[in-house]
Design a binder for this molecule. Sequence first.
Ligand code: NDP
Length: 439
Amino acid sequence: MVPLNEITTHKDFLGVPGAISISLGLPIVVILLYLLGNPDYVMDGFCIDFCKVSEVCKKHFVEEFHSTFANSTCWKIYLAWFGGLVCLDLVLPGKLLKGVVLRDGTQLNYHINGLPMCGLLASILVARWLQTNGSMPELQFLYNNILNFSIVTIEFSFLLATACYLFSFTPLRRQNGVNTRSRILAVGGNTKNPIFDWFIGRELNPRIGSWDIKLFCELRPGMLLWLLINLSCLHQQYLKEGKIFDSLLLVNFLQMFYILDGVLNEEGLLTMMDIATDGFGFMLAFGDLTLVPFTYSLQARYLVLKPVHLGLFNVVLICILAFTGYYIFHSANTQKSKFRQGLLSSMKSIETASGSKLLVDGWWRRSQHINYLGDWLIAWSWCLPTGFSSALPYYYVIYFGVLLVHRQTRDEDKCRRKYGKYWTMYQKEVPYKIIPYVY
Ligand code: NDP
């Protein structure tokens, strides 16, 4: 009989050296991006003014070392934010949905309540806006403490990943003193090397009772903080310039649309690689809690420091690009999801020995991940409103392009292992990976 948790032999991300480099390197990237775009210095063109960067470095990391790395006010606020969202996640009404079938044949229940959560957050923001006559000191505090909060979330992600790693060794549930089930470990996270397993995530679905840590982190504290940072930028520009430029309004609108789309359609996440396959370790914790809010908001932060007037024509062009991306992203994901639910049985597909069918029709005949192309076009629509004076805000399209290509190779490895010769047949039918006729 195949054991429930087989030892992982293949290590993604170049194994332990990759795990250490990413765990140390990505937090440095987050801090570096701040140093290249902050109220004291904004990177111009492709050139970095190292004197200015070292001045900002000196200010924060030498003169204000303690308040930057051990900022107790930001720590308390972040804990209140995270804890408050956990409480709301538990008490707000919603529907219960089943996740994918796990290796032990069971399915987990997920509490889906993105709509009441967003409704409540929007009501609190409006109420505070009215109560403070638009001065919103919380948003100003957030804007003025971006670096401190980003460091708090790096530290928090480290602690959360460590706690999840340690808890993955404890028995799952005890009934009358008897362990009833084993923890299901991630296929890629059971190498027995503590550094690698801590980084990639050892347990597949770490939970406290029925509260799912991974789904919560994917959609709540980071995504909603990104929304708040963007709003704090709008607010800051209004305070600074006495008006809001069309470029910042557009970035806010497009990113808010993306965030709400993710949070309100959270059931779509249940079948995604992050929830269905990956464990929850430092990689996901850091990605969800730090990388998303503090680097995805870079365009909005840049536009506060370097306002851009786009004009109606450019706004319309960028909106066309964004909604073309959305159309591809959404219709492709929906098509696959409906097909997998057995609703599009007339579409051409390949039957595999595992029982799952691979769609080779509609969007899914154009490339193996046509949905990634849609997502990448959306990424461009967030960067273009910043104009062309600095390469800094274009960090996102480059980072996201690399992430999607790497994700595609990881998914291909998984599918090759799962489908064997049927995957080779599939690749003959659908040769392009992401961009039809290009890659
Ligand atoms: P996909 O939605 O492409 O799902 C891949 C899985 O779908 C495969 O592992 C396989 O799973 C199944 N599959 C693959 N090909 C077919 C086919 N032809 N027919 C039927 N099933 C197939 O990838 P992701 O989960 O990575 O991404 C989902 C969405 O999330 C994408 O739109 C992506 O752009 C977005 N995303 C956004 C990020 C962000 O930061 N903004 C980050 C990552 C993703 P099975 O084992 O079931 O066969």
